[in-house]
Design a protein around this ligand. Sequence first.
Ligand SMILES: Cc1ncc(COP(=O)(O)O)c(C=O)c1O
Length: 393
Amino acid sequence: MIGAHARPDGMVDRIRQVSRRSATLGLVPSSAVSLAMGEPGANTADRVVDAAIASLRAGRTHYAPMAGSSALREALAASLRTPQRPVGLHEVAVTHGGSAGLAATIFSLVGPGDRVVLPEPTYSLYADQVAAAGGEVVWSVNRPDGGPDLDALAELLPIARLVILCNPGNPTGYVLTQAELGAVLELAQRHGTYVLCDEAYRDIVYDGRFCSSLDLPECGSVICCGTFSKTHAMTGWRVGWLVAPREIADRIRLMHQTFNGPLNTFIQDAALMALQSADDERDEMLASYRARRDQVVEALTQVERVSLQPPQGAFYAFPKVELPLRSEDLAARLAEAGVLVRAGSEFGPSGEGHIRISYAAGSDDVAEGLRRFARTIAHLVDELGQHETVEPV
Ligand SMILES: Cc1ncc(COP(=O)(O)O)c(C=O)c1O
């Protein structure tokens, strides 16, 4: 029964209708190992924590400027600008984590009935936010190797208001080549479609150099969005950023300040310190994720009925599991066996039959989680192996 205050056509109901995100995200029973969250195992660096404490002690406990601290925006502009894309102060916005940057962008560009193309499988928050804004999600199935289907995009972009690229990809770890990214931006420019490039994992790329949307010449309708959460192990601090041409950045900032107000003052001070992290700290982080990527690929290739495209970036593996179980049921069986993962169907229709394993956790947890995963799949193969597998819908 619908309660007296329910609005079946309201924003909450629209989100509920499309959302595949679990209501219990982040909860981990004490006996379970979680490979479910994009949560770095390492704590935030002491330098950054000390900067936050010093800021608070210095009385930086008041409202920050609505647009974000200019010191932090200056530092972001300096660290993000490239020869192809000179980023100015007014093109940078500071946001409550990557999530609020995505939301402010989507709400400032998408209205009722607008189509938003999501190459999938992809990060599940986009579809929820598009639905909240009243837009219509149009899925575009990626190639089996995780790359974008450019022919499909060429058909869809002319009818779309916005396309959202997750690069490096969550959940597949696919990293767009310069040619692929350039092709999508060129298509979008030709048809007047906005492009939101979510580069939350831009600093976690294993093989070769990452080509950011900021490495390509400005074409007037590209928004590049990022976060301190993953690069700096700052998930709990809630600080992100975006870069957009000034007129779009102004609209996004207005939306952000209407929903969120200004960002926490001392957290912006700490984020400024994080930006000054030395190259060797980043190299160390990358080396440890690379070692875990190799550990996961090695372990999964030995499990019967499991196949995997090795991730090129981010810290997720997205194996296909050939068993007669929906991915939600498989994730539930794995949870019963003490390892938490995410159902592939959360990330789009073609994610059915897959699960997402995060290897951001510490390497002991990853090793134990993989052992439980392999053991459970072996049991399930014995129990169900003769039945037909579930294909994507
Ligand atoms: C692709 C992608 N974008 C954005 C976010 C959101 O990041 P934040 O924690 O900064 O809100 C995540 C978090 O997992 C993500 O995977």
